[in-house]
Ligand binder design. Sequence first.
Ligand code: FAD
Length: 784
Amino acid sequence: MLSTTKNDAASGFFMVAFRSAVLHCARGVLCQSVCHLSNPQVWSMPCEAQPRFVVLYGSQKGQAQSIAEGIAEEAQDHGLGAELSCLSEHEKYNLEKENAPVVFILSTTGDGEPPDSALQFVKRLKKKTLSTDHYKHLSYALLALGDTNYANFCNCGKTVERRLQELGATQFYAAGYADDGVGLEVVVDPWLEGVWEAIKGALSKMASDRKGESRDLPKETPDSQISDVKLNLLSLSDEQNCKSLTASVDPDSKSAPVASTSASAAQTADSNLRATSPGSHGTDSVSASAPQTQAVAVEVPPVALAASLTCSLPPLSESALNVPALPPPYLDVSLQDVGTMEQIVEQPIKESLHEVPINRAVHLTSGDSVKTSLLLELDISAHPTIAYEPGDSFDVFCPNRAAEVEEMLHRLGLHDQRNCHVHVSLKKDHKKRGAQVPPYIPQSISLLSLLTWCLEIRSVPKKAFLRALVEQTADGVQRRRLQELCSKQGAADYNLYMRDRSLSVSELLAAFPSCSPPLSLLIEHVPKLQPRPYSAASSCVKHPGKLHFVFNVVEFPAGSGRPAGRRGLCTGWLFDLINRGLVFPERVERSGSPALPKIHVSLRPNCSFRPPSDLSLPFIMVGPGTGVAPFIGFLQQRERERQANPEAAFGETWLFFGCRHRDGDFLFREELEGFVTSGVLNHLKVCFSRDDPEQEEQKEVATSVARPRYVQHNLLLNSRDVTEILLKRNGSLYVCGDAKNMAKDVNDTLVEMVRAELQVDQLEAMKRLAGLREEKRYLQDIWG
Ligand code: FAD
């Protein structure tokens, strides 16, 4: 849960439970008085002069921003005043003179880079000229967001933290490192729960330091400077309980024979709402009456019920819930009928966007392969500003699927107004800090275009959005389930039924038919539709005016909340676009394939993922599946360099490639074998994870060695050469492709190889690899 109780009396939550509401108020008053007594420096000030602290965030996709906004919004409930700024808003904060506690919320992007909005800040912080007492006056806490599937987990947060310490700043609360790979909330929730006490402690310490007082600090101040973050690791009790029962119906479901339905629990839930207790740290608390449901349990004969997106089982269905605070609405949205003469924006076009024709589309995998890999050739000859180099990637702008947009229009009850002009403005008396009209929504856009081009309606709804949807849901059972899904107690269900399955907003609304959100809520909570990046799979020296890229069509299987399987948004769209004109290399081609359409792209240069500029240095490429894409560009470029400099000494090149089957998905087989024949590629190491070893010809592998299945196995088999190139010959290693498994396994294998080669312990081996990363000789371009 990213934010906590505020304004909920107005939401109707507490109105239905009058007794609870009274209790809530009483507790609020009591809590304030206790604080007042125990912490005079902080609390004796009049309301209008609340003690202040600063919240600074660096956010790429909005997660860090939304956590920071949650803190700022909740501050008042703690009698504090928060000053919220994005790190890019330099004019709004001044750390050089800051004498209030500062809370940093920082995400990490790409290969451990700071988010764009924090780039300048981090650059300034790293300046070598800053003295070691530059931030001696500064008291800070830091929450870093990252993903352990990627290299350099939470690197931005760690870098800022290290520099702040080097520059003399004092940490008043232990840093939190939240991992999106397992769910940010595992760390974020407990960190947020503890941060208030820590801020108050820091405030009172700073106040007493200023006064030079030597009296004991009030009780709230942590004994040590730094409070510990106690991680409330997810309780497994739901799962364990379900597992201990039987009768699985749906393989995707947690199921159990239960005597009481979640519906019965849900029906009692709204009438048993409980007010926030002091121990619940400000979150809304919703209880289901256990005795009542137990009574039902005795009467109703056991029936097999499966847990699913829409249905929960005990204990969750009978549990009291801590739900996030209701996010304050902040947008007014109106629809205007426009005359035919008025100009309507049909597709928001950025200046950096280029509309380019698709020249050619090739099916790279064979028909019976599990995956569908396609190569697209774009004609960029009319766009000289798209000057790309191997290692660069570019963004493809795709619309939401027309059918899903239509469905959403119906769902919002706005189908007849699809061509109306959408006007979005800030509510007059909104309570959201830092609120703004989303900058990606153009002034004159039709409703249809807004849903098609601006909002990621495929995104997984965040918990705050679910909380807001509760208020728009008529049916009690559905309300209760939405409350569960956004609650602390329902975190495992949220991960299982929503996050892990990439359940979209549309799919959620389809599963909860009595939920009817207004358009404004959608615009407030659904993020911007993001372009999808793809790595260039060509070199423009070999293919002037052309840009190639390769992708797998992403497939989402059917499951709970998803009656039918679906394709990834961009890959499914591209597949549909080119399907009729698709070329199958193994078949005789019809002449006159239909003309292919145009798409919008923009370049995303990557300055570090480049082959070594010194041509004599050796390099190793690891790119299974579509991860081979940038290396085709590397090798095409190397081919031209060799032709241009026949006398020059070129460093060795290695490529580790892997896929399921040699016959089905060996992408670029002919081109790669051609590079080997011409000497452009000195070592091509391939492996096939699903081929029958009996039939497979693994000539390169000694019979005494186990058959390599994955690229890391082949790396291990070539350990001596690989480590020599990296540790003794100043060579480089590039990894591209799947972040979730492959990049991690490759990294672990490299640690093991370095450890064995240098006869050092694991920590030392990891340090050596970190050194290679710093020198930009171990580079990753990974996605997942
Ligand atoms: P979306 O609709 O966005 O869905 C994809 C999301 O769903 C991902 O988060 C994924 O983890 C998840 N997902 C996928 N399958 C399932 C499933 N079965 N069940 C549940 N969740 C699932 N891709 C390439 O193919 N080739 C490239 O060269 C390439 N280069 C890239 C370069 C960079 C710098 C980056 C960041 C990414 C690159 N990608 C590449 C990934 C690409 O941008 C897209 O993410 C990918 O093509 C899927 O887009 P989509 O819109 O079809 O899928």
